[in-house]
Design a protein around this ligand. Sequence first.
Ligand code: PLP
Length: 403
Amino acid sequence: MRTRQSATLAVDAALRARRAAGEDVLHLAFGEAGLPVPEAVAERLRAAARLNGYGPVAGSAEAREAAAGWFGRRGLPTDAGRVVFAPGSKPLLYALIAALPGDVVLPRPSWVSYAAQSALAGKRVHRVPVPDAAGGIPDPEALAALLARERPGVLVLTVPDNPTGTVAGREVLAEVCALAERHGLAVVADEIYADLLHPDGPSRAGEAPGARGTEGTPSAAALLPERTVVTTGLSKATALGGWRVGFARVPEGPWGDAVLEELTGVASEIWSALAAPMQAAAAWVLGDPPEVRDHVGASRRLHAAVARAVHAEFTAAGALCRPPAAGFYLYPDFGPLRAELAERTGVSTGAELAAALLERHGVGVLAGAEFGDDPAALRFRAATSLLYGETEAERRLALGSAD
Ligand code: PLP
């Protein structure tokens, strides 16, 4: 079996090479905020530099306590013993997909790595289209049709979503969770963008913002408590992607006990434990100090402003694009412009459009096909770059970090 490099990292490598060759490139393909590490956070890591030793697989007691408190403040009371740390949520997701029995249901489109990870774990993938209003979850009717003929074991949900930048409404999420319960599915709830809910974003389908916990995004863990594992980390809202800190919340109960044992077993054979200094710094960050709250708040406002502005441009150009509500992605569908684009530029698929943007204009994006979407659609994901800010300080921060 051959596993090609993940599309996001492959585009990143191509852009780095062009930049190194002196070209002016625009990197809209990577899912990271690009904000500097706040000084107070860097200080915690410096102070922890001498920590050594492997430590327990799931994480130190201090880090697990801090993560449990973090979940608790978001409306999910959590015992520290149900938290598992990892070097990023990506290996956690892989470990979970590998640990949970059965084939995998993914929304279409969904984050690039779920399908590749499922293949690595020897699983079949069933892709179910997302509802019109928001991505990240399968359309309930289409899911019910699939479950009438297949018996998958795992359902992955991404709320808020990558690539559509939308947040599923609580009602439709509840429908999906009810189906999962009826058919005995395990739910993996990837909530890594939950703290990046746009302050003035469009309300999710059929509900006002602020419906759950601190951040207001609905969680499958509240709707299907006994069979949902939540994954998250410090890469997105806290903008510490290079620190590789991810963590999961495994539910209470016999099913959760078995998952915790299996997940810890897989983790013990793959990463042993998250780096000790990172655990100490993460414990501090997860304790919600004001420096981190300010940092995340600024990131949230910046990304909302950029997403709004870019959405307006895409819409004015004639593309179809769901209004972004969280995170830093937009997912425009250039279908309505297909004929015009083909005539003017010779490209007629999303993959060709992404390649042409890279080759002709030095702009890196990802084609919808990378998210398991219709390969013929003229569709791509655009991550935002930091060009706007609502206050002078935010603009300075944004401009200072744009390389
Ligand atoms: N889940 C989603 C939806 C993502 O977009 C990403 C990163 O792009 C990840 C998980 C993995 O993030 P990390 O491994 O940095 O925690």
